[in-house]
Each structure stands twice: as C-alpha cells, then as structure tokens.
Design a protein around this ligand. Sequence first.
Ligand SMILES: Nc1nc2c(ncn2[C@@H]2O[C@H](COP(=O)(O)OP(=O)(O)OP(=O)(O)O)[C@@H](O)[C@H]2O)c(=O)[nH]1
Length: 207
Amino acid sequence: MSHTLTVPAPPAPSQAAAGPVDTAAVEDCVRQLLRALGQDTDRPGLLETPARVARFWAEFLGHEPGSTGTVFEHTVQGEDCVAVGGIRTASMCEHHLLPFTVEVSVAYRPDGQVLGLSKIVRIVEQHAHALQLQERLTAQVAEEVARLTGSQAVAVWAVGEHQCMTVRGVRAHGARTATEYLLPALACDALLTERLRRAAAMTGASR
Ligand SMILES: Nc1nc2c(ncn2[C@@H]2O[C@H](COP(=O)(O)OP(=O)(O)OP(=O)(O)O)[C@@H](O)[C@H]2O)c(=O)[nH]1
C-alpha cells in the first residue's frame, strides 16, 4: 500500500516578487510610461490600459501554484524512471520584461518515493511566474523536484522562444533556445543520464 506524504513548501525563490504587487503604483507608472512615449492617456483606447497592465502584473507575479508537495512511497525491485514532458508555459525575461514561451520536460529516477505527476507541472508554473532566465528556470525546477522526491537523479530540459530575440534586437524569428540541467550526481553518470533522456523522449516532447 502506498502512503501519501506532503513535503512543506520551500521559501520563496529569491527573484520572486519581494512582496505583493502594488497595483496602484504600477498603474501610475504605466500611465507615466505612456505619456513618456508621447501617448494621449485620455484617449478612449488607453484610458483603461494602466489598470489592465497593473492587473496583469499582479496576476503574473502573484501566481499561486497550489500544492506541489504530494509524494507517494514507492519501492520497486528494478530500476525505473519517471518523465513528464510537453509542459508548455510562459515566463518573463528579466532583462527586457518581454515574455518567453517554453516547453519543459522533467525526468528523474525515484529514490523511495514519487512525486504526484501534476505537481511537476505546478512546480514548472511556480518558477515560470517570475522575472526569469531560461537557464535559471531549468535549474530551479530540477532542484525543487530533487528536494521534494529526495532523488539526486533529476534532469530538466527546456526549449524556449524569447520575444526579446524576435520582436527586437536580432529579430531572429524562429530561433529557439535549449537548456538542460542535470543535478550534480548525474554529471558523472552518462548511462543514467541517457536513460532519463530516453524516458523524456518517450513523452514525445521536444527537448
Ligand atoms: N506519481 C504518480 N502520480 C499520480 C498518478 N496518477 C495521479 N497522480 C497524482 O497524484 C497526485 C494527488 O495529489 P493531491 O494533492 O492529493 O490531489 P489533487 O489536489 O487532486 O492534486 P492536483 O492534481 O495537483 O490538483 C496528483 O499530483 C496526481 O497528478 C500516477 O500514476 N503516478
């Protein structure tokens, strides 16, 4: 019989909002930004824009991932791997405040317990709702899955498309960025890493 355990939530990631979003202040700033951009903030199309943008930031940074810590005892004779792929979400480039879309795959070898499958998606969402770097998002998801499962064999892959590279700057439409994060214990275990890669590939997700 398997037992459900709940692992406590960790402290907030360091780059998460330091406190609740001050929507009134954001609204004010957006109005000032529009004026600095030479816009007439009294024209009908823009009247509600500052409030809308403020609501967006409150919603984005205030994202509540729900419970992420449900694990189940899991003991088997053989070797097994778990992978969840095709987790598509959006995060925010901290350099330009422009979104990037990302598809994440997570694979790990259980070490006595497995994580609720939906919790892997929730963990990705938790770390995506922040001012981010794709590389840091990839690493944070792996570290969190390791913390919750107690497994040191965790790998995460992400494929992203960054608007800061498409709508501005190099304007490289279609350029995609792939990141991989292996927990240190995997770095010297090519065989296990390959097994995790194969498990992630079985989900059919791009990596
Ligand atoms: N590891 C594993 N987890 C499963 C499987 N089938 C369902 N689950 C997960 O079991 C977990 C139960 O978590 P709870 O927090 O108790 O239930 P919940 O509130 O319905 O969880 P959410 O689905 O996150 O809303 C969920 O994360 C499910 O995705 C399975 O075959 N393997």
